[in-house]
Design a protein around this ligand. Structure first.
Ligand SMILES: *Cc1c(COP(=O)(O)O)cnc(C)c1O
Length: 384
């Protein structure tokens, strides 16, 4: 266990999990959202607009390490105007979901992958690592307390869930440029419907030729707010060109396809290959990406992780050797890309329908997440 708790004394060990997992001190809200208001929200939650009654919090200081694990009412943070996160963007985050199964139980999907990625992101941003048990326990504690906020799908086609957002910020009062000595970790949660409006319809993607998301040696493989801040102007350009999302190329040659602002890319070939750009240090390693690679093999596809150029994309779609292109990530699951719009041409057909392979993979993934298919990989963790 990576240094939690310092000296083993800060937290009581629970019976089921010896030594290292902290017990979160529960401070329940005295003003929960009224039942009828919550129900109205859950009937039409949108994405990222409403939040549950509580949030988890753990504090870190250079002198005391991680301490003070608590669940407290959701609400504004008070911070010093000289807090380093406000000036130097020393921040990382994660995104995962809690799914309600037909028997009422609530589960998360591969949360230890998110925990491991959170540690990697922390290392890159010179933030302290949070151990995996505490990460998962913070989510479990929040979701157990706010379980009434996990939407119940009306039928198998509805993809509602509770979106969980862990994040870590450099805090305190210090404008010097060096890693923060005070850090706060929080988890908030938001009921969610499908990510894209008109879910299930193919989206159009804008190819960014002026902006890059990540560069060799940069922070592309870390899930940090700064990457998103840098991608917004390109995302705006996509919207201005009638597209929903933006695709980024590699910064060195502007030739190799990397990913979207927050989703990984896959290409389905007529001969059964499933190609995704290899992880070169500038691509975020998606949990969905990894799961798709594993599921693809089970349905008889031949997954390949390798560089793919925008020319291969264009030629493949035009000649028919590439039959489908899709993007994937926790928020939007798997979404077919109808067309890639560039400054000089449009590759594919914005009006195309969902590809069969994307649909099959999407169903396979959702069936596991919602407990409708056997969890052969042991990917689910019960939260409530
Ligand atoms: C979060 C994220 C993804 C998708 O990762 P998942 O673990 O599948 O949700 C892809 N690309 C970027 C840049 C991301 O931030």
């Amino acid at each position: 266990m990576r240094g939690w708790p310092p000296g083993g004394r800060r937290f009581h060990a629970t019976e089921t999990n010896a030594v290292s997992t902290p017990e979160f001190c529960i401070r329940p809200t005295t003003t929960p959202v009224a039942t009828n208001v919550r129900q109205e929200i859950l009937d039409n939650p949108g994405f990222g607009q409403y939040f549950t009654d509580h949030m988890a919090h753990v504090r870190w200081t250079k002198t005391d390490g991680w301490h003070g694990a608590e669940l407290r009412p959701y609400g504004p943070l008070t911070m010093d105007p000289a807090s380093p996160v406000l000036h130097y963007a020393q921040e990382i985050f994660e995104g995962l979901k809690a799914y309600r199964h037909a028997d009422g139980s609530v589960w998360s999907f591969r949360p230890t992958r998110n925990a491991a990625r959170f540690r990697q992101s922390a290392r890159r941003l010179a933030l302290p690592e949070l151990d995996d048990d505490t990460f998962v326990e913070s989510i479990r504690t929040l979701v157990a307390q706010d379980a009434v906020w996990v939407p119940t799908p009306r039928d198998e086609t509805e993809e509602c869930s509770l979106y969980i957002r862990p994040f870590m910020i450099a805090n305190g009062r210090f404008l010097g440029v060096k890693p923060a000595a005070e850090v706060d970790y929080y988890v908030i949660a938001s009921p969610a419907a499908s990510y894209f409006k008109g879910a299930g319809k193919p989206i159009s993607i804008w190819l960014s030729s002026h902006y890059n998301r990540a560069a060799p040696g940069g922070t592309g493989a870390a899930k940090c707010g700064g990457n998103y801040a840098a991608s917004l102007v390109a995302q705006q350009e996509a919207i201005d060109n009638g597209c929903e999302q933006v695709a980024f190329l590699d910064a060195a040659e502007n030739k190799w396809v990397e990913e979207l602002g927050g989703m990984n890319l896959f290409f389905v070939y007529a001969d059964g290959r499933l190609v995704t750009p290899a992880l070169t240090g500038t691509i975020l390693e998606g949990v969905t990406r990894d799961s798709v690679l594993k599921l693809a093999e089970e349905i008889g596809l031949k997954p390949e992780e390798r560089p793919i150029s925008v020319d291969e994309w264009r030629d493949g779609v035009n000649s028919g050797t590439i039959t489908e292109v899709f993007a994937c990530g926790t928020a939007a699951v798997i979404t077919t890309i109808g067309a890639l719009v560039t400054e000089k041409d449009t590759i594919g057909d914005p009006e195309r329908s969902n590809g069969p392979v994307a649909q099959q993979l999407r169903k396979a993934l959702l069936d596991i997440q919602y407990g409708r298919a056997e969890d052969k990989h042991g990917w689910l963790t019960q939260l409530a």
